[in-house]
Write a protein that binds this ligand. Structure first.
Ligand code: ADE
Length: 986
């Protein structure tokens, strides 16, 4: 039989089948299909193997080696390659493509025909030709064909091209020869490729990783540290692991773009002129804040426009601001012992909220240029400088003197502005107070709780009365306290009084020149309870308004109590209807009321007993480990499959305990399983079981396809819908509610400790930390894994290790922030110490971009300093469920609120008030409580409909106060709208 018998067929096969199958992770050492000249391989004996070189249509040679001495016995034909350099490889792969005829297909062959050939190699450092000695070669394998022939539809038999790959190694010398031994088969060797595998250069998380050769040992990985791309910095050391197949595994750590640079397609680009980035991180460059600019690329800070400044503590993200204009409308009121100065805030606060006032007293003669300072005789209450309210009382002034008071407004950048600063001045003569402009005060009617008064307006006085102030107190308590209210008209209804009680009233007028003296005191008594004052107009007004407003107040109370969790009886009463609606909306299951209690495994004398009680023992043969997916504190974490007999196979994650661990490490490792095994909830990672009776010790848990929440969020930056985000938050809160109901405190709740599955269900994991923190007095700052998670931990837990479900709620607020910012680092690159200090000073994380107001409100509630004021997880779950059921409630975004005209300076301030008193207290306008009451505003609902005119009518005359109240009313209106949209109906 001729060895050229297959040649033609083979060339056809080659043309059809030779596509370039080189992979990016293969480095080719030899490929006979690409060698253009002679191969120069040797044959022994020379008439054994034939070397046949055909030309393809592009005139490129196709080298094949054929042998077919099937009729002759005792064949021993060798074909030897040239010397092949191993380069960087430790292990190489030899891929052979060949055809091999089966002996049955060749007529008249005797028993001499064979159907295999042998592959050999020999390592040498020398590339020069060495004499061929078969005994020096090591056998790699016997190669047989998968199939020799295939039957076509027409009954023809065509030769089948076989591909076989063998691993060779470890190779330690510089190169090697391959040899092919034929012992009587009919073979055509059509290509030989020799290659090794590498993990190719790659770019991940803004770090580059070089070409890396895997280890010989296929079960261990090569750890490779990445190098940050230009203008990026390490956040956590970026690492990848190079697997045996040339694949990169387990990305850890990352780089983030430096200040002034933002990420785009794996590179850090400089911010454009007009844009800046103040912090290292994966945020985008932002437009320069108001009144600032930059003409440079890559700015980390924008410069302030002329006349605008940044105070030392102003963050670079804040708008540039300027000193305020002077105060306005200074008025005074004087009696024998005290001089009261009051003014309106400046029309321009300079864009800041840290407004204060300084008052300077001068004594001036007839020449205003010749003033001198008043000296130390005067006393100012509360103080002359750094006043936060727009008023001051002056005591111990001399009679019969003229004082000039200069009042200056200041803010955090006043020092940086120009001098002298503009002031508002008023000259006060201490001769006497103005004459009383108010005649006799009459009682029009009285009810048990109110008295209506009226008096004569002053006749033909040259200055118009701006308003009247009515001062009143219980006659019996004259020395203790008094109240006051104002009105623009010469009448007032004083409400909120005690029945059958004597009150003293006196009234004074205010004109642009200041207050007049008080008119004479009058004394009137309220009616008693029994007296039938059905016609009492004031009361009717109050009652009717209260009834109308009651609905709204109840609405607000519901929300308030649900969120603060302060009124548990109320929540319980509401539970039934709330649960019913929740089930309707979410199609969800309502958890059973029975509550299991968590048992601390440390309570067991023998910790293995706890493991036995709470975790199933798994036979290791049921586990099939597939990949290493990470490195845990105690050893590798792998993915794989678990198939207990008679049950379906499930994907699992397997945490392993490193060989050589000591007993206490084994105990700590299994402690997590003893904790996890006690939980059974869809939002808590499920323990499948443990392997403790053989090595390695393992913990097997359900597999979560998307890995940890923080890296998942970073990978899907801005790609999730609001409902997906809130749904994830709800899941985490539900898991935490379950844990807190069981009495378990997590202590390390953070996005990195939440796992996400393919349906985006979030599950709380990592139950190892609690004992470490509890027992170790140093653990507030260091644990074996690093530092206490300061950024996630509540102030009381940091300060005196007071861990509780309330401190978990604080951490939950931080997780909310991580979720809404797609995995941004809380407090960015601030140091831990700065985080602690700024929290103490009342700073809280601002809303991430695109964050609904309702969610930022919830975060702020979680971060209440007083832990009993924080919501409980049950409140959080129901609040989030309401948001999900009413998606329109998620539409108002914090940035939209910021752009509202006249909204209060700090948008993080949107507390939920429950009474007009609370509301006025919160905006420091408590002095108007009675005005609102007297004017018939008894509910926030009615207040929310007030116009500026209505506000003026209640007697708020200072323009600054009117503005503050009106802007707060706008906020109130939005809150009520929001409440209606979120469905907080009774
Ligand atoms: N990493 C750690 N635990 C895991 C799990 N259960 N699923 C996926 N990745 C994990």
């Amino acid at each position: 039989m001729s060895s050229g018998v297959n040649a033609c067929l083979i060339i056809v096969l080659l043309r059809v089948l030779f596509t370039d199958s080189t992979h990016s992770n293969q480095v080719m050492l030899l490929d006979t299909t690409t060698v253009l000249g002679e191969l120069g391989w040797k044959t022994y004996p020379v008439n054994g193997w034939d070397t046949i070189t055909e030309m393809d249509e592009q005139n490129r040679p196709i080298h094949t080696f054929q042998v077919c001495h099937v009729m002759e016995p005792n064949q021993n034909n060798w074909l030897r390659s040239n010397w092949i350099s191993r380069q960087a490889a430790q292990k190489v792969f030899v891929e052979l493509r060949f055809t091999l005829r089966d002996c049955n297909s060749i007529p008249w062959v005797s028993g001499t025909c064979k159907e295999t050939f042998n592959l050999y190699y020999m390592e040498t450092d020398e590339s020069h030709s060495v004499k061929f000695k078969p005994g020096h070669y090591t056998k790699i394998d016997t190669i047989a064909a998968d199939e020799s022939f295939t039957q076509t539809d027409l009954g023809d038999r065509i030769l089948k091209l076989n591909t076989e790959v063998r691993e060779v190694g470890p190779i330690t010398q510089k190169g090697f020869y391959l040899a092919f031994q034929d012992i009587g088969a009919c073979i055509a060797l059509v290509s030989v490729r020799v290659y090794y595998k590498k993990c190719p250069f790659t770019l991940r998380n803004l770090a580059t990783f070089p070409d890396t050769i895997p280890r010989m040992d296929s079960s261990s990985l090569v750890e490779v540290r990445g190098t940050c791309v230009n203008n990026a910095e390490e956040r956590d050391t970026p690492k990848l692991y190079c697997g045996a197949d040339g694949d990169w595994l387990v990305p850890l750590g990352r780089c983030v773009c430096s200040r002034g640079y933002e990420e785009l397609d794996g590179t850090c680009f400089a911010c454009r002129p007009g844009f800046y980035k103040a912090f290292t991180g994966n945020t985008k460059c932002s437009k320069c804040p108001l009144h600032s600019f930059t003409y440079d690329e890559g700015s980390s800070l924008c410069q302030c426009e002329a006349g605008f400044f940044r105070a030392g503590k102003d963050p670079p993200t804040m708008a540039c601001t300027r000193p305020p204009s002077p105060p306005r409308n200074v008025v005074f009121n004087i009696n024998e012992t005290s001089l009261f100065l009051e003014w309106s805030p400046p029309s321009d606060t300079g864009g800041r909220s840290d407004l204060t006032y300084n008052v300077l007293c001068k004594k001036c003669g007839s020449d205003p240029e010749q003033c001198e300072l008043c000296g130390g005789g005067l006393r100012f209450f509360p103080r002359p400088q750094g006043l936060t309210n727009a008023s001051v009382t002056v005591l111990d002034f001399a009679a019969h003197a003229n004082y000039t008071f200069e009042i200056e407004s200041l803010n955090g950048v006043s020092e940086l502005g120009s001098f002298p600063r503009p002031v508002a001045a008023i000259t006060v003569s201490t001769e006497q107070g103005g004459p009383s402009l108010v005649g006799m005060v009459k009682k029009d009617w009285a009810s048990p709780s109110s008295i209506a008064l009226s008096w004569q307006e002053p006749e033909q006085h040259d200055t118009a009365v701006l308003d009247y102030e009515i001062k009143y107190y219980e006659k019996e308590h004259e020395q203790l306290s008094y109240s006051s209210t104002r009105t623009k008209t010469p009448s007032a209804i004083i409400a909120g009084l005690k029945p059958s009680t004597h009150y003293v009233f006196h009234v004074r007028a205010r004109t642009s020149a200041g207050y007049s003296s008080y008119g004479p005191k009058v004394e009137y008594e309220t009616g008693d309870d029994a007296s039938n004052m059905a016609a009492d107009q004031g009361q009717v007004l109050v009652i009717v308004t209260a009834a109308v407003g009651g609905f709204a107040l109840l609405v607000i109370l519901t929300l308030f109590f649900l969120i603060t969790g302060r009124c548990q009886w109320y929540i319980k009463a509401k539970m039934k209807s709330v649960e019913k609606r929740r089930a309707n909306c979410l199609n969800g299951h309502i958890p059973s009321p029975e509550v299991k209690t968590y048992i601390d495994p440390d309570a067991y004398e023998d910790p293995t007993q706890a493991v036995q009680e709470f975790a199933k023992e798994i036979n290791p043969t049921w586990i099939h480990i597939e990949r290493v997916i990470g490195a845990g504190e105690f050893g590798e974490v792998c993915s794989g499959r678990l198939r207990p007999p008679g049950m379906r196979e499930i994907p699992v994650a397997i945490k392993t305990l490193k060989g050589g661990s000591v007993e206490c490490q084994r105990r700590d490792f299994l402690r997590e399983a003893s904790i996890m095994g006690q939980f059974d909830h869809p939002n808590i990672i499920r323990l499948e079981g443990v392997v403790t009776k053989s090595q390695p010790v393992m913990i097997v848990v359900e597999y979560m396809e998307k890995g940890s929440l923080d890296s998942f969020l970073r990978k899907h930056d801005a790609q999730l819908t609001m409902i997906q985000l809130v749904g994830m938050l709800r899941g985490i809160a539900a898991g935490m509610k379950y844990l807190s109901d069981m009495g378990y405190v997590h202590r390390d709740l953070a996005a990195r400790n939440i796992l996400v599955n393919s349906n985006l269900v979030c599950k709380v994991s990592d139950f190892g930390l609690s004992r470490v923190l509890e027992d170790d007095p140093e653990a507030a700052y260091t644990t074996t894994g690093g530092k206490i998670p300061i950024r996630w931990t509540s102030p009381e837990a940091i300060a005196y290790r007071k861990f509780s479900s309330a401190s978990d709620v604080w951490s939950y607020g931080i997780v909310m922030w991580e979720v809404m910012s797609y995995g941004e680092r809380p407090y960015w690159e601030m140091s831990n110490q700065d985080v602690i200090l700024s929290i103490e000073e009342g700073y809280r994380l601002p809303a991430p971009m695109g964050c609904p107001v309702a969610l930022h409100q919830l975060m702020l509630h979680c971060w209440q300093e007083e832990r009993s004021h924080r919501p409980r997880f049950t409140d959080i779950v129901s609040f989030l469920e309401k948001l999900i059921c009413n998606p329109s409630s998620l539409l108002p975004l914090v940035e939209d609120m910021e752009s509202l005209p006249e909204s209060p300076g700090d948008v993080s301030d949107y507390p939920l008030f429950i009474s007009i008193g609370d509301w006025l207290d919160s905006i420091k306008m408590s002095q108007y409580k009675n005005n609102f009451l007297a004017a018939g505003y008894t509910t926030l609902d009615s207040v929310s409909r007030m116009s500026i005119e209505d506000v003026r009518r209640t007697g708020v005359t200072l323009i600054g106060h009117q503005r503050r109240i009106v802007s707060s009313i706008q906020m109130l209106r939005l809150q009520l709208l929001h409440i209606q949209e979120t469905g907080f109906h009774v």
